[in-house]
Design a protein around this ligand. Structure first.
Ligand code: ACO
Length: 329
């Protein structure tokens, strides 16, 4: 194993999540669009998803996830000097959802901003927060993935509306001194990529500067699928190379939860054992930037992910954007 940079390492101290109350099963969707439970399960693995109700917004879900993460870390809001929130479904065009969370938590110092990288949002946000902490400029970050994708969906389009769900997850990342060893806790390496030529394969057909509307999500599912496995396995290979580790060293693989077939194919391509895969897509659907912290939250709560475990995160989404983060938990 290779030695990494010295000094500050971004260590995960706590995790939290929040799901809307309303549960929508595939059978519920059978009543509103021309689809079947069998089709959805077979193509995606999804069985149900949560949908935000009146009064639930991206910032309210994010705030509850953040409060749970702070409690889990044994921290108070005043400790936080950085909030990086990944979302493509902000409460408002501006101000950022991160500043709404900051206000709801009663924080008036430090910095808060949103990151927009669609389904790769959490991987981007973790990477950005890690760079801030590693530079020594900030000490305690809330990194949040939060979405209300249900509000971007065309509920008459069966090719997209069955795939997505709402929710939020958050981690508390704290700067700790490190000797730079791969065996030390914290973010070990991250690799971000994007290629804007793929816009039309996955996009929202509205926006303040074009239509003046919010728009609806549009996706060529087959095209996205075709690129996904190659892209995410590339950046995971980068993570293995940077740390001198292999798939055998991983304790847990926590991918973006878009589609069970993409997850399984990516794991198989890299030789990651099925027992190491954390999957929540069946109960959450694709919650975009929220899917990884939601999955992490489930696997921490049920005792699978433990302190010291080697965890690989990866995601791919609209843009295209994609990336990986390797963390010693
Ligand atoms: N119920 C029943 N039938 C359906 C449904 C549905 N909900 N949706 C589509 N179909 C039909 C299609 O109309 C088509 O019928 P036809 O053959 O008569 O034309 C047939 O099912 C097959 O459709 P395909 O689109 O070819 O189905 P595919 O096997 O590709 O599965 C899916 C579609 C699940 C969307 C898949 O392509 C996929 O998962 N793509 C990747 C999506 C993804 O991972 N996105 C991640 C990023 S998301 C982000 O960044 C926001």
């Amino acid at each position: 194993m290779t030695d990494l940079r010295k000094n500050w390492r971004s260590v995960v101290e706590g995790i939290g999540s929040c799901l809307p109350e309303k549960r929508v099963t595939n059978s519920d969707l059978e009543k509103t669009v021309d689809t079947t439970d069998e089709w959805i399960v077979q193509r995606t693995g999804i069985r149900e998803r949560r949908i935000a109700g009146p009064g639930e917004t991206t910032s309210t879900l994010a705030t509850r996830a953040a409060m749970e993460a702070l409690a889990n870390a044994g921290r108070v809001a005043a400790d936080v000097d950085l909030i990086v929130l990944a979302t493509s479904t902000p409460d408002y065009t501006f101000p950022s959802t991160a500043t709404q969370v900051q206000a709801a938590l009663g924080i008036t110092h430090g910095a808060a901003f949103d990151v927009q990288a669609v389904c790769s949002g959490f991987v981007y946000a973790m990477t950005i927060a890690d760079k801030f902490l590693a530079s020594g400029s900030h000490k305690c970050a809330l990194v949040i993935g939060a979405e209300t994708f249900s509000r971007l969906l065309d509920w008459s389009d069966r090719t997209t509306c069955v795939l997505f769900g709402d929710g939020a997850g958050a981690v508390v990342l704290v700067a700790q001194e490190s000797e730079g060893r791969v065996s030390d806790r914290g973010v070990l390496t991250s690799h971000l990529r994007s290629d804007g030529r793929h816009r039309e394969k996955l996009f929202v057909d509205g926006g303040p500067s074009t239509t003046g509307t919010v728009g609806h999500l549009r996706m060529s599912g087959k095209e996205v699928f075709r690129h996904a496995v190659g892209m995410v396995t590339d950046v995971m290979r980068d993570a293995f190379a940077a740390t001198g580790t292999t798939a055998d060293d991983l304790d847990w693989f926590v991918p973006h939860q878009a589609n069970e077939r993409i997850i399984d194919a990516s794991a198989e391509k890299l030789g990651i054992a099925p027992a190491k895969i954390v999957k929540t897509v069946q109960m959450h659907g694709n919650t975009s930037a929220a899917s990884i912290p939601l999955a992490l939250s489930v696997a921490c709560a049920d005792g699978r992910i433990k302190r010291g475990d080697l965890v690989m995160l990866e995601a791919m989404g609209g843009g295209f954007t994609w990336g990986s983060v390797m963390v010693r938990w």
